[in-house]
Design a protein around this ligand. Sequence first.
Ligand code: G3H
Ligand code: 13P
Ligand code: ZN
Length: 322
Amino acid sequence: MALVTSTEMFKKAYEGGYAIGAFNVNNMEIVQGITEAAAELHSPVILQASAGARKYANPTYLRKLVEAAVIECPDIPIVLHLDHGADFETCKSCIDGGFTSVMIDASKYPFEENIEITKKVVEYAHDHGVVVEAELGKLAGIEDDVNVSAEDSSYTQPEEVEEFVGKTGVDSLAIAIGTSHGAYKFTPEQCTRNEEGILLPPPLRFDILEEVSKRLPGFPIVLHGASSVPQEYVKIINANGGALKDAIGVPEDQLRQAARSAVCKINIDSDLRLGLTAGCRQVFCEHPEYFDPRQYLTVGRANVKAVVAHKIKTVLGSEGKA
Ligand code: G3H
Ligand code: 13P
Ligand code: ZN
């Protein structure tokens, strides 16, 4: 199967009450871990590359790694998506370079400007058979190319979505309902603690999601910042020289609930990073004599695969849907 767009995937996911996992790719081990899990579970999958990933790995290497995955996993549909495209030029370069889906993230601009920039990308993308995701509302969080403080973040306003989708012609919409990027999604002050002292994050704003989906019936919604920050990996990292204090993510049961609704795409990056790092750190500490990268990257890659398999089965509900 060649690379596909997400159109058919989202239609089936919407109707079937599940979501497609969109996993960030940065190197060969991550591409392999994700696609091996998806192929074994017969799940559709989205491989997404950020500007930072393209800079790190070189766009040609990334593209060829994904092409290799398509050859190795002929039975599952795979989308190659640009994550957080900052401007028209970046989106154009990915469209021209063979991506089947792009995100134009103009959410930091005023509403009218977001519409204008998104519309321009949609026109170019649709002329080339590529689909477009845009964003309304601002997620908090800090990554290489995404840096929004909690004070500057804002929930999506449901009363804006019809006009935005109508005027831009966009194919899917990322909304802000309380998720955020990175491994520190909530401060301890935003959380409560259970009897064992474990931090419990505030619930996602399902009321906003419901209102958005009422206004856009049948339209695919996207959740960014949807890592759950598995505590078993945080513990392994910290037990092996790491220092991730109060790292906390979105509870998986809330994401499962979202996946049953209009949410058709769920973005996960940090959980892969945690799995990969935990595997490498563990090997470094247990075998200080090792210096062959294959020894620790094998364990890191197996963790990436385990994370993705778990998400497909427990969170996304996309097993067997390829
Ligand atoms: O949403 C951000 C993704 O986790 C990508 O992060 O820009 O550091 O590659 P990055
Ligand atoms: P996480 O940092 O929660 O994995 O979010 C990833 C993401 O939204 C990529 O666009
Ligand atoms: Zn994101």
